[in-house]
Design a protein. Structure first.
Length: 590
């Protein structure tokens, strides 16, 4: 066997034909193994990716092996090229040549100085695992394999049959009932887009809906990252040319209420990226779309499986009657590193077995991550000083909070023509999540805002520019009884019609441009227009915030001072109604 190592995925039509022809002949062929998938990864991530593409050729110079790998920035570690995008990854070769191909690749990894590898999402039934173990012994690597994921599947041949022998899709009766429940308000239909011309205009809506749905359940979607969106767009362009991609939708009237970005490849319909509109959750739109897809798969004689992919979401158990396991395989040329990998795996398994320990470990991990980000952003001395200040505040603090009242400034401010104030909704938060993906503090703020949006106890606003880019976020609530975390107390209202602006936030990239002042000025106009009196507060020592508030037309009225010694506190000035603290709202910097 002749082995060729390439440092890129070449744009080569001949290679594409040979590669995809090999995929058609390997065991358990998957769309993730195709040339198009690897090319989409390369086109999207070429700026940071370091491919190691191994091509094996037989005596007739026909392609007989493909291993799409990538090295890390140090050049000492390798993984599958598509590990972060594909649900299954493998070494592609016919069974009779698998041992020779894997051994040749491992030998070349040795020559390239690769000391460690991590092969994720290798199918457990693949013959590659045993080939890896034999090649590892031959090339002096230590091999360790542990369970990865269990992928739920719907094996169509195992479904229940009616008396006349026809297969029955699970959930069919419920699907009809739910569709009928939606139908009185708007006609319901299912739609599949497969060509690039049909797909292209639908993708932005799907991507934003996916991010919005994750925010709604308190999580950040991986599709919030612009690069991930670029990848799915490029993948759709390439796979649609081969007829392998399907963007399915459940549409009520003119509104899409559920989406699925998936693949129909050979005998499998792969369930890859679904989402739905949470406002219609009572109709189970995601359930309806999946049930309909299974029904359509049953009508296609070529289809044998609906693969529900990675993840253990509860809805999959309602459909699954089969499964497929994946493995996580590591190679090390050092015995201590090999043992370290085994020990870490055993420790992680022990932690997962005890939820309380797992929660504590996750909390500590997040704390370490936040501290690491602070050290990188501010430098060691500033970070240490901040931590020392936080520690000191646990023993003694004195906080003064200024309260400002907004006044009617007559005609609308000229800033209204340059900026627009919109109500916060999930799609506005989703736009912010993608725009400020590398701003961890803004990501946390958006998750907090999504939770507050669900609770419906406050009204949110976002300042956007002419292109719709979110620049500043803020919230308004009733002043009376508002719990102020800075004082650890509830507030007594200065007037029956008082409304309080709180939790104002400008993403770091937009700070210093006056968005805070513009936003609260516009919000004050809206509050006054609704017949209420706008108020806002600020820490007395936050001079930038005070300056922004005053420039927006607010006037200082009074202040409250909180003194705290250990667990005892006193608030001087206007007394609060209660000192019982519900979960704290976090006041954000401008």
């Amino acid at each position: 066997m002749r082995l060729v190592l390439l440092r890129e995925i070449p744009e080569d039509e001949n290679l594409r034909r040979q590669w995809d022809s090999l995929v058609e002949r390997v065991e358990q062929a998957q769309v993730f193994y195709t040339y198009e998938w690897a090319l989409a990864v390369w086109r999207t991530y070429s700026a940071t990716l370091r491919p190691l593409l191994f091509l094996g050729y037989d005596e007739q110079e026909s392609l007989c092996g493909v291993a799409a790998l990538a090295a890390d920035s140090s050049g000492r570690q390798a993984s599958f090229l598509c590990a972060t995008t594909a649900d299954y990854c493998d070494f592609l070769s016919l069974p009779e040549r698998k041992d020779a191909f894997v051994d040749a690749v491992f030998a070349e990894l040795r020559r390239q100085g690769i000391g460690s590898t991590a092969f994720a999402n290798l199918p457990a039934e693949s013959s590659t695992l045993e080939a890896m173990r034999r090649a590892a012994r031959q090339q002096r690597y230590f091999c360790f394999a542990r369970p990865g994921y269990v992928c739920a599947q719907v094996s169509l041949n195992l479904l229940e049959r009616r008396k006349e022998g026809k297969l029955v899709a699970p959930g069919g009766k419920r699907l009809r009932r739910l569709v009928n429940a939606m139908a009185p308000t708007a006609p319901v239909r299912f739609d599949h887009a497969r060509s690039w011309e049909a797909l292209q205009p639908l993708l932005p809506e799907f991507l934003q809906a996916h991010v919005a749905r994750f925010l709604e359940i308190g999580r950040m979607s991986n599709l919030a990252h612009p690069k991930r969106q670029d990848f799915l767009t490029e993948l759709a362009r390439l796979l649609s040319e081969r007829g392998w991609l399907t963007l399915s939708r459940l549409i009520a009237g003119e509104k899409t209420v559920a989406w699925h970005y998936g693949f129909q490849f050979r005998d499998t319909w792969f369930w890859y990226q679904p989402t739905f509109d949470g406002t219609l959750e009572r109709y189970w739109p995601g359930f309806c779309l999946l049930t309909h897809a299974i029904q359509e798969a049953l009508e296609n004689p070529a289809m044998k499986t609906v693969d529900l992919g990675l993840g253990s979401e509860a809805y999959k158990a309602k459909f699954a009657n089969a499964s497929r396991e994946t493995l996580y395989v590591t190679l090390h040329n050092s015995l201590p590193r090999h043992f370290g990998s085994v020990v870490r795996d055993r420790a992680a398994a022990a932690v997962r077995a005890h939820p309380a320990t797992e929660n504590l470990t996750e909390t500590l991990r997040e704390l370490v991550q936040l501290q690491g980000e602070r050290f990188r952003r501010e430098g060691a001395w500033k970070a240490l000083a901040w931590n020392a200040g936080q520690l000191f505040r646990r023993f003694w603090t004195r906080d003064e909070i200024f309260f400002f009242e907004g006044k009617n400034r007559g005609a609308s401010s000229p800033i209204s023509s340059r900026m627009q104030l919109r109500p916060i909704d999930l799609f506005q938060l989703a736009a912010g999540a993608s725009r400020y993906i590398d701003d961890a503090a803004t990501q946390a703020y958006l998750l907090r805002s999504a939770r507050r949006l669900r609770e419906k106890k406050a009204e949110g606003f976002v300042l956007v520019d002419t292109s719709g880019t979110p620049l500043h976020f803020a919230w308004v609530a009733e002043f009376a009884g508002f719990f102020l975390s800075e004082l650890n107390a509830r507030l007594e209202t200065p007037s029956p019609d008082a409304a309080l602006l709180f939790d104002c936030w400008t993403p770091e990239a937009e700070r210093g441009r006056g968005h805070y002042s513009r936003a609260i000025g516009l919000i004050a106009e809206k509050v006054l227009g609704a017949g209420k009196q706008p108020w806002i507060f600020s820490a007395a020592n936050d001079t930038d915030s005070v300056r922004g508030i005053e420039s927006a037309g607010f006037q200082w009225r009074y202040s409250l001072v909180r003194q705290k010694v250990l667990n005892w506190q006193r608030v001087k000035g206007q007394p609060p109604l209660s000192e019982t603290a519900p979960p704290a709202e976090v006041s954000a910097p401008i």
